[in-house]
Unconditional design. Structure first.
Length: 72
């Protein structure tokens, strides 16, 4: 299954990282490396990301849902 990494931006929006499967790193390693230091994140299925990009700015996530780790 294709995974994405999400975290909250400084302005309260949601940032989505699309990990490169050919990097030789696990999704967890990529998240630790690429999520900004101290930011909690969640690894989700790509199908959980809204496909309608016009609504992307309105997408919100509860801090309590960002439970998979914190950016290094």
């Amino acid at each position: 299954m294709i995974k994405r990494i999400i975290y909250k931006t400084e302005t309260g929006g949601v940032s989505v990282i699309r990990p490169s499967l050919g990097s030789g790193l696990t999704v967890e390693e990529i998240a630790g490396k690429d999520v900004p230091t101290g930011k909690p994140y969640k690894i989700v299925d790509a199908s959980d990301i809204p496909t309608d990009r016009s609504e992307r700015e309105a997408w919100n996530i509860d801090d309590a849902d960002l439970t998979d780790g914190v950016g290094e």
